[in-house]
Design a protein around this ligand. Structure first.
Ligand SMILES: [Zn+2]
Length: 342
């Protein structure tokens, strides 16, 4: 058989194999067997150099014709097979309208931030302005200026996180902000100071070494304990509902005199007594009192001229009471299943 006859035979064979390929994989196998590196046509094209000079042009021409024609058939067959595969795919993949929709998560504020905003908004409405101060504080602002005696237990290494620098600590409450503001502001002063505070606590359901506080301070002429009570009443009703009552119990804080702990009537049982309020019908929400005259004179105010009240509350505690959360650690574990509820 001459090479030309052989090429003719390969051509027929190739056309047949390519046209009858029933899948893209089968088509590729046919392409490799004729046009691949060791394919039947490639082998002939490679051997052209061994032919005599007179045979070479005719055989080379024929071999190239066969190659091109098989290439054309392959690309036609490929299109056919691809559109068939697409049709089949469309037929099989019916849209199932009974499947549940996909869930898109929308970002929102952390519950603690929401509560801080709610508290500050309430007081901004009462004419207060927001003040902030450093979280790394000096012993002077955190304790001394707030009339805390040198031997007060709160100063101990058991309760306070000190830095390696002498007299520098992580503030244990947001109260230092009121000193910093009074030092550079003449009365009247009406501020609300939200922020983080730190204590040397091991995390448990009701303690966290980092927590949030909101401190409030009002200093003006003729401020009385009645003003304090009225202000807190407005706050409690706004935060916990219009039916809430508050009560003040005598307490002691170094920087206020007299001092009180403030309770709100239980939001679960409305004061009748339940498990949440341990049967007493009241829930403690904050500490407050009249600013101690020593604190006022310490910042250069005249306690004969002005008086004031201060209060401080734990934001996590307010959030826990408001939403019935029973473990403070939930706020900081950042489990979306918990946070997404608020
Ligand atoms: Zn109760």
């Amino acid at each position: 058989m001459s090479i030309l006859d052989k090429l003719e035979e390969i051509s027929k064979e190739g056309q047949k194999e390519v046209s009858s390929a029933s899948s893209l994989e089968g088509l590729e196998a046919a392409r490799v067997s004729f046009l691949g590196k060791k394919g039947k046509i490639t082998v002939i094209l490679k051997s052209l150099g061994d032919l005599s000079l007179e045979d070479r042009p005719a055989i080379g021409k024929k071999a190239n014709e066969v190659r091109r024609s098989i290439e054309n058939t392959i690309s036609k067959r490929k299109e056919e097979l691809e559109s068939k595969a697409l049709e089949q795919k469309l037929e099989e993949e019916v849209i199932d309208i009974t499947l549940p929709g996909r869930c898109f998560f929308t970002g929102k504020k952390h519950l603690i931030t929401q509560i801080v905003d709610e508290i500050t908004d309430t007081f901004i409405g009462l004419g207060y302005r927001v003040a902030e101060g450093p979280e790394v504080e000096t012993e002077y602002y955190n304790f001394d200026a707030l009339n805390t005696p040198a031997d007060h237990p709160a100063r101990s290494l058991m309760d306070t996180l000190y830095t390696q620098k002498d007299g520098v600590l992580l503030r244990t409450h947001t109260s230092p902000v009121q000193i910093r503001i009074m030092e550079k502001t003449l009365p009247p002063v009406y501020i609300i100071a939200p922020g983080k505070a730190y204590r040397r606590d091991v995390p448990d359901p009701s303690h966290s070494p980092m927590f949030h506080q909101v401190e409030g301070l009002a200093v003006d002429k003729n401020i009385t304990f009645g003003d304090l009570k009225g202000t807190l009443e407005v706050f409690a009703k706004k935060m916990f509902g219009a039916d809430r009552k508050i009560r003040l119990r005598p307490h002691f804080f170094p920087f206020t005199e007299p001092s009180a702990e403030v309770d709100v009537s239980c939001i679960m049982c409305d004061g009748k007594g339940c498990r949440v309020c341990s049967g007493v019908g009241w829930l403690e929400i904050l500490g407050a009192g009249m600013v101690d005259p020593n604190v006022l004179s310490g910042v250069g105010y005249d306690p004969e001229e002005v008086s004031g009240f201060a209060f401080g509350m734990g934001v996590e505690r307010i959030a826990m009471l408001k939403y019935g959360v029973n473990d403070i650690r939930l706020f900081f574990e950042n489990d979306m299943r918990f946070l997404a509820q608020f």
